[in-house]
Design a protein around this ligand. Structure first.
Ligand code: ADP
Ligand code: MG
Length: 702
């Protein structure tokens, strides 16, 4: 069969052989012709022509221009010192910037002003500039290092280069490969879609991405390939969702019974927000549909996700089913356990806790009871998904997560019952829409979009270390009014000892400022035993201490409505969503609360942006968007290992519109042709099937 040519081992390609094949495999995971074909350049060099400055339209390509340096000056101090030159051709001007070799460039510019400038335009503050361009004397225009004038640059590695596999060699392999395989490349979209979007065909796109004729074609190839990545991701997710809703029967949870009603009318200590009520309704409708629920519950810190989940759990219990709640860390799980026990203390329900550190004897009894159906609610860590944990009739699983809970782990939960349980995933902090669409695209989404009434927005301020005296005064005032204060020190895993030292030093300093007997201080850190920690926390919760010093363990920690100040030391060392989480520890009572971000004087641009985002907004969804913009999706906590975001060229931040567009198209397509059986959609089906074959989750349920 022709298609198999793409599956040919890479060593058969002329110019490769076994030794280089081993390098390609090890360094770039290139094993087949197909893998090489999809090993895209990261950049391009365009010496095909002299461009006019006004023609610049993409970032990323090296281009050349012909013109004059009209002005230049050295600006900035020390590290920020740079030479900025204004370069102009007939069509416009562009800034050239050098950080290194300033003296040399100055000398050159003193002699000559007319150049061919070769470099990569990038957009900075809405203006195009080129950093460290090559300045070529027009008279000595040199030969390009490659037969082509518009050529690709491929990522290589030191090891690969040693075996001769540098960018240029990879480009040569592509030149070898592409003519051989281009005819067997399959189109993945329907004619209709190609036409409607004015897309290049897959064939054209693949040839062009490696060897573009011009920047315009390159843009079209990029768009086409990005589209494919995003479109098929969305299609896969939606198809998965469709398969589950069509084929997987769920427990019918329709009855609102005594547990729900009794709790609601007799024990609920506050009024639910409208957002909470709406979400409970959405979930009830879903669980009452006869299908199995897979739902994501989003809500800002403090929006009351736990109580919402508790109501959903009560619904399951009212329908004679067991439920469990799983959290990513022991402390968080324990906290849920405590607070749910407290809520339910007057209800005839059995709530138990299980984690990796549950003793064997206790565990045995617990597992036995669970199997017999004597436990109603089991709360714990990932220990809950172990095979030995067997329920009598598990109806609902609530997952409170910080880290992405893998599809495989979810699949494991499914198998815990003959009828798979309903699944409700709660995010610890909000995530941006495009990310949610992709990471959780196979789930339905409910959003709690309001905070409980009476909460005053937290006031956030950023102070430098030199302002410490003012901050200490402020703390004293708050404490004098009967309030309590959190002080959090950063925790960096690589140097737990150092962190502890930081914390201890902080403790000593605080103890001097806030001496006994007037003030009492609690301290909690990761090296303490669970019961010690518990004891210290309890002292603070009861109000016996007025300051709680801790490393970030507090992040997932305790609920103390009387605490009104969250002071974060070395705030520049925290991630944005972590800062927001920490801030959410205060502002839980009726009093005005404050978040104080302490930082050193020297801040990077990014940490400045992070801190000012915190000062400027309390909205977790907005924070999440800024975080995504600043760090990119790969670095957002927990998403890294998910594999869902392994795009070759698409970018969830920059291509946000394309994400939404592909989502919509995928939805429309599945609405009109859920099985993708119409003849024009065959190419799509073929490609999708190929993708899905590799997907465990699908294999399990289809
Ligand atoms: P998160 O969504 O961050 O998990 P929690 O579920 O921990 O938030 O709720 C934060 C605090 O708000 C808890 O003390 C909880 O009991 C309380 N709470 C939840 N819902 C309401 C409400 N409708 N009115 C008042 N307080 C509420
Ligand atoms: Mg929570």
């Amino acid at each position: 069969m022709q298609v198999n040519l793409l599956m040919a081992p890479i060593e058969f390609l002329k110019g490769v052989g076994p030794k280089r094949a081993a390098v390609l495999k090890k360094e770039f995971s290139i094993e087949t012709y197909d893998d090489l074909l999809h090993y895209y350049p990261y950049r391009y060099v365009d010496k095909s022509k002299i461009y006019q400055i006004k023609e610049i339209q993409t970032e990323g390509a090296y281009m050349q221009f012909y013109g004059r340096v009209v002005r230049y000056e050295v600006v900035g101090q020390q590290r920020a010192k740079r030479l900025v030159a204004l370069f102009e051709d007939k069509s416009g001007v562009i800034e050239l910037v050098w950080f290194n070799g300033i003296r040399w460039i100055e000398q050159l510019l003193a002699e000559k002003r007319e150049f061919i400038v070769f470099g990569r335009p990038t957009l900075f503050n809405h203006k195009w500039n080129i950093t460290h361009p090559e300045l070529i004397d027009p008279k000595t225009q040199s030969e390009s290092p490659f037969p082509l004038k518009f050529y690709p640059l491929y990522n290589s590695s030191d090891k690969a280069k040693k075996s001769g596999m540098d960018s240029k060699a990879i480009a040569k392999l592509q030149l070898q490969l592409i003519p051989q395989v281009v005819d067997v490349v399959q189109e993945t979209l329907s004619q209709e879609m190609l036409q409607k979007n004015n897309f290049l065909t897959m064939k054209q796109a693949l040839v062009t991405i490696h060897f573009p004729e011009n920047p315009e074609m390159l843009n079209r190839a990029l768009l086409r390939l990005k589209f494919d990545e995003l479109f098929f991701t969305q299609l896969r997710l939606l198809k998965l969702k469709l398969v589950t809703t069509q084929r997987v029967k769920g427990h019918l949870i329709s009855k609102v019974g005594d547990y729900f009603n009794t709790f609601y009318h007799n024990y609920l200590p506050f009024e639910l927000t409208n957002a909470q009520k709406r979400v409970i309704k959405e979930i009830r409708a879903d669980m009452g549909s006869g299908r199995q629920m897979n739902r994501l519950l989003q809500g800002d810190v403090g929006s009351g996700k736990t109580i919402t989940a508790l109501f959903v759990m009560l619904l399951a219990l009212d329908n004679d089913l067991q439920t469990c709640l799983m959290a990513p860390t022991e402390i968080l799980a324990l906290q849920h356990y405590e607070s749910i026990r407290k809520f339910l203390k007057d209800m005839p329900l059995t709530v138990e806790f299980l984690s990796g550190s549950t003793r064997i004897t206790k565990r045995r009894v617990l597992l036995e009871k669970l199997k017999n159906g004597e436990i109603d609610i089991l709360i714990g860590t990932h220990a809950l998904i172990e095979d030995e944990v067997v329920f009598n009739n598990l109806g609902l699983v609530v997952i409170d997560e910080q880290h992405r809970f893998g599809v495989e782990q979810r699949a494991k939960l499914w198998r815990k019952n003959s009828i798979p349980p309903h699944i409700l995933v709660m995010t610890a902090t909000p995530i941006p829409r495009t990310l949610a669409m992709t990471l959780y695209g196979d789930l339905d989404i409910s959003v709690i979009n309001a905070l409980p009434k009476g909460r005053k927005p937290i006031i956030t301020r950023h102070f430098y270390d030199r302002d410490r005296l003012r901050v200490l005064d402020f703390m004293r005032n708050q404490i004098a009014e009967g309030r309590q204060v959190f002080v959090v020190y950063p925790l960096i895993k690589e140097s737990e000892k150092m962190d502890l030292l930081d914390l201890m030093a902080g403790y000593d300093a605080m103890a001097l400022e806030f001496p006994l007997p007037e003030y009492a201080i609690s301290m909690v850190h990761g090296k303490m035993k669970v019961d010690e920690k518990e004891y210290e926390m309890q002292r603070f919760v009861k109000g016996e201490t007025c300051i709680m010093l801790s490393t970030t363990v507090i992040e997932v920690g305790i609920d103390v409505p009387n605490a009104t100040v969250m002071l974060i030391e070395s705030a520049e060392r925290f991630g944005l969503s972590q800062l927001h989480q920490l801030r959410g520890r205060v502002g839980r009572g009726g009093e005005q609360s404050y978040c104080i971000l302490m930082s050193g004087n020297k801040l990077t641009t990014e940490s400045k942006q992070r801190l000012s985002a915190m000062v400027n907004t309390n909205d977790g969804f907005e924070i999440a968007n800024i975080d995504l913009r600043l760090r990119g999706p790969g670095d957002i906590q927990g998403t890294r290992q998910s594999g869902m975001l392994d795009f070759k060229i698409a970018d969830l931040v920059k291509d946000e519109k394309l994400v939404s567009y592909t989502r919509r198209l995928a939805q429309e397509l599945l609405q009109t042709d859920p099985e993708l059986s119409q003849p024009q959609n065959l190419p799509i089906k073929k490609f999708l099937d190929q993708m899905l074959k590799e997907y465990v989750y699908y294999g399990m349920i289809s």
